[in-house]
Design a protein. Structure first.
Length: 621
């Protein structure tokens, strides 16, 4: 029997097909088979049927469940009778957009009408997946289970949302590291028979046991011993994914040094296309007890392996639960989600050409500042080497420190150019800039509100750079005036603005910069009427005084500059660097129209980039 990982283009699936079948049109021509060697370590148990985590994991409340059109990732599995389809058109399929209490972005769940698992049961189990894992998931499709002619009991609830946490490109993030392989070579056993499949599945199974240990005070399930797999458990437990505060927390808005959630709030910016080895869990023996007529059900066979294994390894592409602009704050809440209607899904305009660059001089630094060195390591943001450079722009006497990972998508020239185009009135609030390569989720960024450090991943566009700078001080977005403006208005700029008052303020800042540069005109497709109070509030802030904002010096006095980190005037003032408006870009209109026409079946990133996510399904042949 051969086990292959096969690429299935642009889908995210929780499915239960059981019959092995030839590849259909939906699976071609993008097929890649990667055989993975089996492990020879003995298994402690046949399977995980001896324990169940369902009652130990509290469900997340569902705030809304709204019927939506079938996304392409689900409709692609519909087919006429006689075809190799997981759900027949004669049976039908429905989809719900599910908003959980702990995540601002909805998940889409599709269900074939003949699936043994009801929608209520599927949602209950999915809601119990700890939010630190669930945030990686995108679309889920629930299908009927079947039995194969050879009675191998291929009863699968194979999520095509397996293995995305673990994988980056065609090499795994966690289960292909030398540390994991060393753990396997040092230990003398694996958890169960399915763990013997390969290093990838063993990593997921060990992760399930680690979740159990976190819940039950470090104790393994009955029948399992630590000694023979202590190195595997130690490795898994060291990963940021298993930080108990965030794993079992109350929000999907998590930033850590692990691989970012595959788009939980990271709308990718010109995402670097990397193949994802996101495998489904097929022929997983513990699932057999959930198949009708296939033997006596065994305790623990459903939940402990049903979702945790799948979530730990995998969680597929994500275009929805941890945004590219996620801000890190260690002390205060950024507030509840806003209910105002977004005007557009995201921003389709580009500010690069409208913002003049600033000339600069570069000085390599001999050592990394702590904010940069803390981001380097096998399980951190930068797994390669990192270098630091001090950049002195013509409009500021204080240098800016940029740390670049050796494998970063943006060159130093690009970084220097884009940072230099950020208006000096904003740029002066930046601390260190840490630039790394893009993960599977695509390009994104986040800002530490405490330190002012900005972390960029991939090839981030100008509106991301501008968005990340305004958190110079949380006072404006926490003020009574801003709260009143939100109460009086009926809309916000885009979907991401709904995250909370702080992110809305940052998005409005991007809109405000655009308007200042274009003689008061908003970007194509945006109307000022429904968000006039927010715009008026920003008009009253000295930060947006155009003369200073787009001026020739970072030495700006006034209340708005109290938290600025770069305030030393340049040695020579360039008298030609004065504020000037620019003509409207006629090409932006078409882009905005394209963005606004997107439906529920696709996710458009804030930079106008459609991220097509590709995932893998595990087939047995």
């Amino acid at each position: 029997m051969r086990c292959y990982w096969r690429l299935l283009v642009c889908t995210t699936l929780l499915t239960g097909p059981a019959v092995a079948s030839p590849l259909d049109a939906r699976e071609s021509p993008s097929i890649q088979e990667i055989p993975l060697p089996a492990l020879t370590l003995p298994a402690q148990q046949p399977n995980f049927n001896g324990f169940d985590l369902t009652s130990a994991l509290p469900p997340a409340s569902i705030l809304s469940a709204v019927p939506v059109p079938l996304p392409a990732s689900c409709s692609g599995y519909l087919g006429a009778p006689g075809t190799n389809s997981e759900c027949l058109t004669t049976t039908g399929m429905s989809a719900l957009s599910i908003q959980f209490e702990d995540c601002g972005t909805p998940f889409v769940v599709c269900r074939c009408a003949d699936a043994q698992m009801s929608m209520d049961v599927a949602l209950d189990r999915f809601s119990r997946v700890p939010v630190g894992l669930r945030r990686y998931a995108s679309t889920i499709a629930v299908m009927a289970t079947q039995t194969e002619a050879n009675a191998f009991l291929k009863c699968t609830y194979a999520f095509q949302l397996t293995h995305a946490y673990d994988f980056s490109g065609t090499t795994s993030y966690a289960s292909a590291t030398s540390a994991w392989l060393d753990a396997l070579s040092t230990d003398s056993c694996v958890p169960d028979a399915y763990s013997q499949t390969n290093a990838v599945e063993d990593f997921a199974q060990t992760g399930v046991l680690n979740v159990y240990m976190l819940i039950f005070g470090g104790n393994l399930p009955p029948g399992f011993q630590t000694a023979c797999m202590s190195n595997q458990l130690a490795y898994v437990n060291s990963l940021p994914l298993f930080n108990t505060e965030t794993l079992f927390g109350n929000t999907c808005d998590i930033v850590n040094s692990g691989p970012p959630a595959r788009f939980a709030h990271y709308p990718g910016y010109k995402a670097t296309h990397r193949q994802q080895l996101v495998a489904s869990l097929s022929s997983f023996s513990p699932f057999r007890s959930y198949c009708p007529g296939l033997g006596t059900p065994m305790a623990g066979s459903i939940f402990s392996t049903f979702l945790l294994h799948l979530s730990i390894l995998g969680i597929s592409s994500v275009l929805a639960h941890l945004d590219h602009r996620t801000a890190v704050t260690e002390s205060s809440s950024l507030g509840p989600q806003l209910t105002l209607q977004p005007q557009a899904p995201s921003f389709a305009f580009d500010l690069t050409n409208a913002l003049p660059p600033a000339s600069s001089s570069l000085t390599p630094l001999s050592s990394l500042p702590p904010a940069c060195s803390d981001s380097v390591g096998p399980t951190n943001e930068c797994t390669a080497t990192m270098s630091a450079t001090a950049i002195t722009y013509e409009d500021c006497g204080d240098p800016f420190v940029v740390c670049r990972c050796a494998d970063a998508n943006m060159t130093m020239d690009t970084i220097v150019d884009r940072l230099g185009r950020v208006p000096v009135g904003l740029r002066r609030f930046v601390a260190n800039v840490v630039v790394s390569s893009a993960p599977l989720s695509g390009s994104h960024a986040y800002t530490n509100l405490t330190t002012g450090d900005i972390h960029m991943f991939g090839d981030t566009t100008m509106d991301v750079w501008i968005h990340e700078v305004p958190p110079f001080d949380t006072t404006p977005s926490a003020s009574q005036g801003w709260a009143e403006a939100l109460q009086q208005d009926t809309c916000v700029p885009d979907n991401y603005s709904q995250t909370n008052r702080v992110e809305d303020f940052a998005q409005l800042s991007v809109i405000k910069i655009y308007a200042l540069l274009h003689s008061g005109n908003l970007p194509p497709g945006f109307n000022s009427t429904c968000m006039q109070n927010q715009l008026t509030f920003m008009d009253g802030l000295s930060l947006y005084n155009a003369t200073q904002l787009f001026g020739n010096t970072c030495a700006i006095r006034g209340k708005a500059g109290r938290s600025a980190r770069h305030t030393k005037p340049p040695a020579v003032l360039d008298a030609s660097r004065v504020f000037q408006t620019v003509p409207l870009d006629p090409t932006a209109t078409a882009g905005a129209a394209l963005m606004r026409s997107s439906g529920v079946s696709t996710t458009i990133t804030a930079g106008g980039w459609l991220v097509a996510t590709c995932v893998f399904i595990l087939f047995w042949a």
